[in-house]
Design a protein around this ligand. Sequence first.
Ligand SMILES: [Zn+2]
Length: 208
Amino acid sequence: MTRTKPVATTTFKAEPGKATKSVTAPRVLLVIGIHREELAFGKAVGAMVNAEDVAVLTIPEGISGRHPRADQLFQYERLHQRLYTQLLSHVEGHYMALIDLHSGEDQNGPKADLFCADKSLREQLEQRIREDASLLDRRVRLIPLGAPGLLHAVTVIPEAIWNNSDFRYIGVEIYLPETKAGRIASCHLANYLIGIVADCFRDEPVQL
Ligand SMILES: [Zn+2]
């Protein structure tokens, strides 16, 4: 059953990741819980990320990520537009990149798809992932945004989010198996990929 409760308009606040004490301002914002069924996974990953590099923004009451019935499609799109539009003020002028974490199911997981419209960032990520020995056994795909979207949320994300000259958008979708061990491995994979994204911004001069 899909609830059509409006998205809470309460302000949400980004917090540094919990893993380490922050000594520098993070350049990357990780948003978790856009889809409420994926919030628990997002929280588990958010607790792992390096606070020096990544701040975490929790959406306490996200939208249902289940695909809506045809008659609810308009409402579904509108809720996404509204929620993502609220994110803009949290990112613009504060962070160089926005990572939007999602999760799906796959018994052959963990696997990951990374979605990004920026070609040079995509190439950088592709190279880092290809050269990373610990990712050889994982299936990580880089998917350009702008072409018809594949991420289940992508088609409903406003272009101001994924194609913004102020910051880069990276959608991360992790496909998890249902087992406990699989979930733990998926959290580690998500955290690892977030670290790779953050690395791309560590050495860049701040342009806020
Ligand atoms: Zn999702």
